[in-house]
Design a binder for this molecule. Structure first.
Ligand SMILES: [Zn+2]
Length: 265
């Protein structure tokens, strides 16, 4: 589907912080009305909950010694706990990591890398499970996906179970899942959008692709989009100044794979 108009959500959400680096109340109440189902309020309370984790695999930085590991030294007991479970231990571990003197400089470097790096480092976005029995919630911003029930319900009813279009070659193409879910911004004759919000990975350089987030969005996606699709200042605010979101570097491939296994199981 081609676009008709474009609102720069990244730019709007970037204004969450005023010049002093504090939350801007006027913008906050405007954003409250911009998203349905109280999504914005729920995303903001998630950002304050200490339940959100951004794991970044940072091999190159390890090699160049620019950044010290927060949590992956093999002999650190709290690091093993972080990667061996998805319970409250994750939170305790991260608190320990964040209280170290080098944590501030580290998160600044990683925040910079996530926003300004030529290629963003591998990252995994996880929300602590609501109960010890339930699995952790995994978010994939690059594909605008969340593993939670709310997102999957919306995806099913707004994108999968829509009535078939009348038969015909043009309609057939129009009704494909891709065309229902994605808006393309063609770059051959137009300048690129600065908006990163709900932008999905595109292998074709002539297009920017955006997920139609009005069809499927949950508080987890919105909260991580606020962190990672706005500005590094916002990311730093929640991971360092406010310190309610954990930004954890993983520098050892084995630990990175272990993290994956533990999240999947
Ligand atoms: Zn979700």
């Amino acid at each position: 589907m081609s676009e008709e108009h474009h609102i720069d959500y990244s730019q709007l959400l970037s204004q969450l912080l005023d010049e002093k680096g504090e939350l801007n109340d006027t913008i906050t109440s405007f954003l409250y009305h911009l998203f349905p189902e109280e999504l914005f309020v729920r995303a903001m309370s998630l950002l304050d909950s200490n339940d959100m984790f951004i794991y970044v695999y940072d091999k190159l930085q390890t090699e160049s010694k620019h950044i010290k590991s927060i949590s992956t030294e093999p002999d650190e007991p709290e690091a093993r706990e972080a990667l061996s479970g998805t319970s409250n231990e994750m939170l305790k571990t991260s608190e320990a990591a964040e209280s170290r003197p080098d944590a501030g400089a580290n998160s600044k470097d990683i925040a910079h890398l996530l926003y300004e790096g030529r290629e963003a480092p591998l990252n995994r976005l996880i929300v602590k499970p609501e109960t010890p029995e339930s699995p952790p919630i995994c978010v994939d911003l690059d594909h605008w996906f969340c593993s939670c029930e709310e997102y999957n319900c919306q995806f099913r009813s707004n994108l999968l179970n829509v009535p078939e279009q009348p038969a015909g070659p043009v309609d057939l193409e129009e009704s494909s899942l891709y065309s229902r879910a994605i808006v393309e911004h063609e770059l051959k004759s137009q300048a690129p959008h600065s908006d990163r919000f709900a932008q999905v990975k595109s292998l074709h350089l002539q297009f920017q692709r955006y997920f139609r987030h009005e069809l499927a969005m949950c508080p987890h996606l919105l909260a991580f989009a606020i962190l990672l699709q706005t500005s590094s200042a916002i990311l730093m605010y929640f991971t360092h100044t406010n310190a309610t979101v954990y930004l954890i570097t993983v520098q050892n491939l084995d630990e990175w794979l272990k993290l994956h296994l533990n999240v999947i199981q």
